[in-house]
Design a protein. Structure first.
Length: 411
């Protein structure tokens, strides 16, 4: 009787977990309470991904969900996210030589760009969790299908963003932006969003790579892309290396081209992964692209809505300062750039936790999912508290990294 009751309770927990994945439940940093009766034995080796599948992180069963594994997965994610943010930081830094109006205009353009990307990038988190769960349950081919669904969703959303940013002047004036910075913000936004379709598709592929446990490849691609972007943006902004002098538009075009090149690299890697996955034994029924798209949206849309709400709050505050003067808006944009950068390690911890929890649930490892969630909370709180101390003590020094304008630094 006791054994029958134990199996019945375990079956109910597993059904509940599957229901969470098929609905809109979030999997990030939600502790799963495992009782002493839980069957926490690892998935048999015959059901785990093959050791020679290089696109999947291999983790010993006893190490699953630990802080060490969390940090090993999180630091490349943080570096990759830093690379994404650095595209805007580099543009902000380079246009500083054009004056505070250009600096403020590019900063406002970047704020509006991220507002457009927020919902899209949030939805792409569904690709990460779905891919991680597929890997944990041994459905490697499904992970590739989720990546393809994300690419189609991301590129489609990017086309829409491109279409609505051809001339953002009416929006900028509606937000109360200083008339002196509007031309710079308009020109930069129109140029940088040439890369919006690539940005959306690239986000999907980055989430997929991280979801299958390969967080280092997006990091390497992103850092290489940033080096290329810095050189090209400098040349196009100031007319160096025989290239035309385009001012703020040059920074936008350089970023757009960088995104296209990064996307090409990850698409090539996805085709290689698809061939490997097709050669591995997999008895599960094939996943249709339509169903994969629906599942990604169902899981990612709540996160996208959260991202959009947070970004909208930053944008609203920017709008309140828009008429305060070019020095004030420039100082505000520098502050936002620094804050966004500080968020990256904490966000990377959450992203790594979503991978570990999703993979553990796919493998029915409730104990590992619980450990991952608790480790993520402890590490993230400790790091973000440290950042607050740094901002309070070294705020002026951080501002001087971006500009030598005494008025901007003082603000």
């Amino acid at each position: 009787m006791h054994g029958t009751e134990h199996r019945r309770r375990r079956h109910k927990r597993e059904v509940a977990l599957e229901g969470a994945l098929d609905g809109n439940a979030a999997l990030v940093a939600v502790p799963v309470e495992a009782t002493a009766e839980d069957d926490s034995s690892p998935t048999p080796a015959s059901e785990r991904p093959e050791a020679n599948d290089t696109c999947i992180m291999q983790v010993p069963a006893q190490a699953e969900g630990t802080t060490r594994e969390l940090l090993a997965l999180a630091w490349p994610i943080a570096a990759a996210m830093l690379g994404e943010t650095a595209l805007g930081l580099v543009d902000t830094k380079l246009v500083g030589g054009l004056g505070s109006a250009a600096l403020g205009g590019v900063g406002m353009g970047i704020t509006l760009m991220y507002l457009g990307y927020a919902l899209l990038f949030g939805v792409m988190r569904g690709v990460k969790v779905r891919s991680a769960h597929a890997v944990g349950s041994g459905r490697r081919r499904d992970g590739v299908v989720y990546a393809k669904a994300g690419v189609l969703l991301g590129a489609s959303g990017g086309v829409l963003i491109f279409a609505v940013t051809r001339d953002a002047s009416p929006l900028l004036y509606a937000l109360g932006a200083d008339a002196e910075i509007v031309p710079y913000a308009r020109d930069f936004l129109a140029a940088v969003t040439f890369g919006a379709p690539a940005a959306g598709a690239l986000s999907a592929l980055i989430q997929h790579r991280q979801g299958v446990g390969d967080s280092r490849t997006p990091m390497v691609v992103g850092l290489a892309g940033n080096a290329f972007n810095a050189a090209l943006a400098w040349a196009l902004i100031y007319g160096r290396l025989g290239l035309p002098k385009l001012g703020v538009r040059g920074g936008g075009y350089a970023t757009a081209l960088t995104l296209v090149l990064d996307l090409a690299v990850l698409l090539w890697l996805l085709t290689k992964e698809e061939r490997r996955a097709g050669a591995l034994p997999d008895e599960s029924p094939p996943l249709s692209l339509r169903r994969a798209t629906r599942e990604v949206v169902e899981l990612g849309l709540p996160t996208g809505a959260q991202f959009a709400a947070e970004t909208l709050a930053f944008t609203a505050f920017t709008a309140l300062l828009g008429g305060a003067g070019k020095a004030q808006i420039a100082a505000h944009q520098i502050g936002l750039a620094v804050i966004r950068t500080s968020f990256l390690p904490g966000a990377a911890i959450a992203e790594a936790a979503s991978v570990m929890v999703g993979r553990s649930l796919g493998a029915r490892r409730l104990d590992a999912a619980d450990r991952a969630a608790k480790s993520a909370v402890l590490v993230a709180v400790a790091f973000m508290a440290s950042c607050g101390v740094v901002f309070a003590v070294f705020g002026g020094a951080l501002a001087r990294v971006f500009t030598s304008d005494a008025d901007v630094v003082a603000i």
